[in-house]
Design a binder for this molecule. Structure first.
Ligand code: CTP
Length: 376
């Protein structure tokens, strides 16, 4: 309640009979700064307030903590007290933060109830892994942290196109793979599109981490920018920045690095030009998209192609396991690489959408808008 009030919310608590065994109505009312509704109040003043009005005159209903019993009642439409009656009567979004013993959470009955509630449109935050109130027990069942719950509330209440309360991770620019202390293998990526996406995500209210290869662009406003040189450094920075709701891989990562970069400058001389041996770099996008834990909800790849653009993008979508691929034709004649404008197609499992040529800033804006819609 405190964390929500700090964010400007008006919190009207309903305290259940079970809840009142842990906290008094007086304490809850003092924290909320609002009248506390309990079953006793409701009986006395049903004409005045009524559970129907209480349930509808709000932007969102949050159940925290939600017990296995309350989830079972919700899943079956039972209403035998004020809280469950309000939940049945509401036409607002409902967010629940379950908290229970790990065995109760894992039980087939709870699984069924949770699945049914999800299908009914109820949203969940947590539970988390952790130690329980019971001595020596640990597992999945601990209530999500107050800040996580506040962020989930903010995300649900955010206006369309907004990424408030969301974490967005973006890679941008080229990577530099050393040959020796003074020479690198590089590519022509300017980082302009990736940086523009980071700036657009920040303007939409997201908490943004940008992992950038060497570029001559300034760090975008309101974005945490991490500077890296090589593909391996980029992967480490990306993994360190998880978790994220959305990850956009706009960097032009070098596919290969020199097997053994020389510690000293390679001199010309008797041997003739050096023969470089290459090894493949880790695929950052595929590594993150295929993670089992902490996989971002949306993983977005880029496909820079010079031939068969859509066909190649489709292949990348499935091979790398992304949710969407932004495909563009980077043939020199298009002037896209390093230029101000971009002409992209969005490729997903369900189809292709091609946009007209737009300034890279506008592509970024529209992409962020689209991604925020997909998150919902
Ligand atoms: N990518 C990555 N790590 C790599 C290589 C690519 O994260 N080591 C990401 C890019 O950021 C981009 C997408 O993968 O989002 C497509 O990269 P691209 O180089 O076009 O694909 P490749 O896998 O290199 O395929 P190909 O060389 O056949 O075009």
């Amino acid at each position: 309640m405190r964390r929500l009030k700090e964010r400007g919310a008006i919190v009207r608590p309903i305290l259940t009979e079970g809840g009142a065994k842990f906290v008094t109505p007086l304490a809850v009312g003092a924290i909320a700064g609002e009248r506390v509704f309990t079953d006793l109040f409701d009986l006395a003043e049903e004409n005045d307030v009524g559970h129907i009005r209480l349930a509808r005159d709000t932007d969102l209903v949050l159940v925290a903590p939600a017990t296995a019993y309350l989830l079972a009642k919700m899943a079956n439409g039972l209403a035998d007290d004020l809280a469950s009656a309000a939940l049945l009567a509401t036409d607002r979004p409902v967010l629940v933060a379950p908290a229970m013993n790990p065995r109760m959470w894992a039980n087939a009955a709870t699984r069924r109830n949770v699945e049914r509630l999800r299908q009914d449109g109820v949203r969940f935050v947590g539970p988390n892994e952790g130690t329980m109130a019971e001595r020596g027990e640990s597992g999945l069942g601990r209530m999500a942290e107050p800040l996580e719950i506040a962020a989930a509330v903010e995300a649900l209440l955010a206006p369309a196109g907004s990424l408030k309360g969301r974490r967005v991770l973006i890679t941008s620019g080229p990577t530099h793979e050393p040959i020796d202390p003074v020479r690198v293998i590089a590519n022509r990526s300017s980082g302009r599109q990736g940086h523009a996406i980071a700036a657009a995500a920040a303007r939409a209210g997201a908490e943004v981490v940008l992992v950038s290869g060497p570029v001559s662009l300034p760090d975008p406003e309101g974005v945490t920018t991490l500077h890296v040189e090589t593909a391996r450094e980029m992967l480490a920075a990306v993994e360190g920045a998880l978790p994220a709701d959305i990850a956009v891989f706009a960097a032009a990562v070098a596919d290969w690095r020199v097997a053994e970069a020389s510690a000293e400058k390679v001199k010309k001389g008797k041997g003739g030009p050096p023969a470089l041996t290459f090894v493949e770099n880790p695929d950052i996008l595929a590594t993150i998209a295929k993670r089992v834990d902490n996989r971002p909800q949306l993983v977005i790849g880029f496909a820079a192609e010079t031939t068969n653009v859509i066909e190649n993008a489709r292949e990348k979508l499935t091979r790398k396991g992304c949710d969407l691929v932004v495909a563009n034709d980077v043939s020199p004649a298009t002037g896209i690489m390093g230029g101000d404008r971009n002409e992209v197609s969005l490729v997903t499992a369900s189809g292709v959408e091609s946009w007209d040529s737009l300034p890279k800033e506008d592509v970024a804006e529209r992409l962020i808008d689209r991604l925020s819609g997909m998150l919902r």
